[in-house]
Design a protein around this ligand. Structure first.
Ligand code: G
Ligand code: G
Ligand code: MN
Ligand code: NA
Length: 254
């Protein structure tokens, strides 16, 4: 409860801020986009991990106004960074289960795109495997409504849930995000390698793109590229950064 009270106040006090983690093409290191990650600088406790406060935000319903703010800010920043850029960047926004179930996402997205003037194809929504596999018919309909707006859809933490492959094929999904737990052991761990390779194979068969998260070494990146995964994010390339720092990073890395 205490954290919930603090979170309420955090919104008004501007203690929440967005970090952006670059996403790159592995083959040549070209920046292709960024994932938006929420951060909270608590006045006395310091930085609190989203893994800890997002559940509080979900239980209290605070995730709804916070999530709306995140979407609008992410679109606003991406539109600004894309001005005058030859290759437009795509901005990924996490949408948690509560957000997806309780809010009218097509309407929110329409408003955010309109306000920011971001090209629809430059916005990517990340939903988790568990969200997509619950109430599947209703979810499929809602995903199709989002897809009709021209945005991209990704399944986050892919491989950690229990996807019905037959069902997955019928969803308007653009991209699978290979969970970092399978990236960690690359290239040496036979189990991780088998799973990462299987996800890449599945993606080719079902016509999905792939991106790997949590890439920390050049060896991991090379292994992923060899498996057919073209894109990555992770500390090997860059950490999540505040907007101003991200902008400087972009200037340096093209
Ligand atoms: O940002 P990492 O740095 O610690 O994120 C931890 C967890 O919190 C991840 O599962 C991530 O998806 C989630 N998370 C981070 N930022 C956001 C956000 O803006 N919205 C939602 N819903 N989840 C987020
Ligand atoms: O939304 P998602 O669950 O994918 O959240 C991504 C999480 O992974 C965030 O907590 C982010 O800070 C973290 N992260 C990003 N890059 C790396 C990395 O290279 N290594 C590790 N261990 N974590 C990372
Ligand atoms: Mn994510
Ligand atoms: Na993830």
């Amino acid at each position: 409860f205490e954290l919930e009270q603090d979170l309420r106040r955090a919104i008004d006090n501007g203690e929440l801020w967005l970090a952006f983690q670059p996403q790159l093409r592995i083959s040549d290191g070209t920046p292709i986009g960024m994932e938006t990650l929420l951060r909270w600088d608590h006045p006395t406790l310091g930085a609190i991990s989203p893994a800890k406060f997002i559940p509080v935000a979900e239980e209290s319903g605070l995730i709804l106004p916070i999530g709306e703010w995140i979407l609008f800010e992410a679109c606003r920043h991406a539109a600004k960074w894309n001005r005058g850029r030859e290759q437009a960047l795509r901005v990924a926004v996490n949408v948690s289960a509560v957000q997806f179930q309780r809010q009218n996402w097509p309407r929110l997205v329409e408003k955010a795109l309109l306000a920011s003037e971001l090209a629809p194809g430059c916005l990517e929504l990340e939903v988790t495997e568990s969200v997509v596999m619950q109430h599947i018919d209703a979810v499929a309909m809602r995903l199709r409504a989002l897809k009709a707006l021209g945005v991209q859809l990704a399944i986050d933490d892919f491989g950690t849930g229990y996807s019905s492959l037959a069902y997955l094929k019928r969803l308007p999904i653009d991209r699978l995000k290979i969970d970092q737990s399978f990236v960690r052991g690359l290239p040496g761990d036979a189990g991780d390698a088998a799973i990462a390779r299987a996800i890449c194979g599945l993606a080719v068969s079902l016509d999905f793109e792939t991106i790997a998260e949590g890439v920390e070494t050049a060896e991991q990146a090379a292994a992923l590229l060899a498996m057919g995964c073209p894109e990555a994010q992770g500390w090997h390339y860059a950490r999540a950064m505040p907007a101003a720092e991200f902008e400087q990073w972009l200037h340096k890395h093209g």
